[in-house]
Design a protein around this ligand. Structure first.
Ligand code: F6P
Length: 550
């Protein structure tokens, strides 16, 4: 079946078989599934690289998995996967190849787009980044006044911000602690203000990250950053070259902005913004952790790419995670998916995944241009687990919604943790294991009674359980493990988009708001009469002007 002509997904025999299977399973209980199969805990696990993935606490049987794999086969997931790895233009609405996997391919691999091998270009940019990162780290690269660079400010938004900002937090214990790294994304001037207010401009390097170099938030912030720098240094435009570098696909716009293209680190239109932090977009991260660790991270990505490309369906972890999401979203009406890391360093991990997943699979039109009549991407949400336990876990445990969740944890604390804090790690991980246990198996009314609870409190203290979770456990959080995790989620998202027959690599849904903001701005600033402005927005703009005293 190809994208254009295939039968409507929910009319395929594979879909119908899953719907019937769901009926038969009814309200199957995890307690029953575990009682019936003592080997389930150890058996429903897979390994990929350093990741141990336990999927035993899911509302599934062997038959569920078999039927889900049949759906994947019938919808051509592996054919599309191979086309992606080969560099075919599977992003059809933009007529682009989708080759983030080439960003972490070894030097000797050949991947062609329009007859040209892209891998040498990838490594040329990585080498250029390496040289630059080493010069900044060693102090050889100095600012306009000859001072060493101590502060790095990445200016970018969406995929040009979330990836490096997330990875910098994740890998903090691997960073050069003497360097200050900040990330500015919001067009609210407060973001840039807070980022630079205590910095010495003479020691500050701005990295302007924008695939298109036309994104209004980034160009506005970059212009303000340049004004700030030149004012602080009391210097002319000649100072820009030592304090501004660009990460982009658009050399012309970079040069128009006043950044010498010698100081531009290139990437390509076949790298989607939300798949780009292992490209030049990762320059700030590379400076922070050093080129060797950045390459270790790329190796981690590549390891999971190879697994996804070659592992049989039965042991293919991204396939499994993608299909589990389909099981809940399409056959249990789950609307959201929680990602709950038990590591403080993963505090921005879920925010990163929100763009990866929701910008990729938040689509209502299929690749054939016809609206889908099945659910597509879930709402992805979550924060580090222990904090969540004291906030929203109540709803996951006892609310009325089904929320499948991923729990991510590590056996070892980070290597440089203060010795006095190491003992806390077991407590953190005790919570990690306890929560998935409580979510799966709950507490029956009889168990509550046995604890002596008064009868009127029994329903309140009962946990129905049966909340599905995946546990992802690794020995430690290293650059390679981070790469493995991100590639795992990238390919999970791919699998789901392939089954749903949507283009996971465009993002037309962000365009309308951008166009309207441009139209509305003169109404705010000049009181201009914007033709076609609806009554509600008109009234709100008038209120805004009144509050601003205009
Ligand atoms: O890197 P750019 O071109 O500035 O775009 C930033 C972000 O804007 C989007 O195009 C839309 O939000 C994202 O896909 C992208 O990551």
């Amino acid at each position: 079946m190809n994208a254009e002509s295939r039968t409507r997904l929910n009319q395929t025999p594979e879909w119908t078989a899953l719907a019937e299977h769901r009926e038969q399973l009814g309200e199957v209980q995890l307690r029953e599934l575990f009682a019936a199969d003592p080997g389930r805990g150890a058996g429903y696990t897979l390994e990929v690289g350093d990741l141990h993935v336990d999927y035993s606490k899911h509302l599934i049987t062997d038959e569920t998995l078999r039927l889900l794999r049949e759906l994947a086969a019938a919808t051509g997931v592996f054919g599309l996967r191979d086309a992606m790895f080969r560099g075919e233009k599977i992003n059809t609405t933009e007529d682009r190849a989708v080759l983030h996997t080439a960003l972490r391919a070894p030097r000797d691999v050949v991947i062609e787009v329009d007859g040209e091998n892209v891998v040498p270009g990838v490594h040329a940019v990585l080498d250029k980044m390496t040289g630059f990162a080493e010069r900044v780290r060693s102090g050889e690269w100095t600012g306009h006044t000859g001072r060493r660079i101590k502060n790095i400010v990445n200016v970018g938004i969406g995929g040009s911000d979330l990836g490096p900002a997330m990875a910098y937090e994740v890998l903090r214990s691997f960073t050069d602690r003497d360097l200050v790294l900040r990330f500015v994304s919001n067009v609210d001037g407060a973001d840039l203000h807070e980022a630079v207010r205590d910095l010495d401009a003479a020691e500050t390097l701005f990295i302007i990250a924008s695939k298109t170099f036309t994104t209004i938030e980034t160009i506005t912030n970059a212009t303000s950053a340049r004004d700030w720098l030149l004012t602080e240094l009391k210097a002319g435009p000649e100072a820009v070259a030592r304090h501004f570098v660009a990460l982009s696909t658009n050399a012309e716009k970079v040069s128009d902005f006043g950044i010498d293209t010698v100081n531009m680190f290139e990437f390509w239109d076949w790298v989607g913004g939300r798949y780009s932090y292992d490209s030049a977009i990762g320059l700030s991260l590379m400076i922070a952790i050093g080129p060797d660790r950045f390459r270790e991270m790329l190796d981690g990505f590549h390891l999971v790419d190879e697994h996804f490309r070659t592992a049989p369906a039965e042991s293919n972890v991204p396939l499994l995670l993608g299909l589990l999401g389909i099981w809940y979203g399409n056959f249990h009406d789950a609307q959201s998916h929680a990602v709950l890391p038990y590591s403080h360093y993963l505090s921005k991990f879920t925010a990163y995944l929100q763009q990866l997943d929701m910008e990729s699979n938040g689509k209502y039109v299929g690749r054939d241009g016809v609206p889908v009549d099945w659910q597509t991407g879930p709402v992805v949400w979550g924060t580090p687990g222990t904090n969540g336990q004291h906030a929203y876990y109540q709803l996951i445990h006892q609310g009325t919604k089904l929320i499948p969740a991923d729990f991510i944890g590590f056996a070892e604390p980070v290597a440089d943790l203060l010795p006095g804090l190491v003992a806390q790690h077991d407590l953190l991980m005790a919570n990690f294991f306890a929560q998935t246990q409580a979510l799966a198996f709950g507490k029956t009314p009889d168990e509550v009674r046995a604890e002596g609870a008064p009868e009127e409190l029994v329903p309140h203290k009962t946990f129905k359980g049966n909340h599905p979770t995946t546990t992802i456990l690794a020995k430690e959080l290293t650059p390679s493990v981070l790469g493995q995790l991100i590639a795992l989620y990238e390919h999970k998202v791919f699998v789901q988009g392939a089954v749903w027959n949507i283009d996971s690599f465009d993002q037309w849904g962000v365009e309308l708001g951008k166009v309207l903001a441009k139209k509305v701005e003169p109404a705010l600033t000049e009181g201009a009469d914007v033709p076609g402005l609806d009554a509600s927005t008109k009234a709100l703009v008038a209120k805004y002007r009144e509050l601003r005293g205009r």
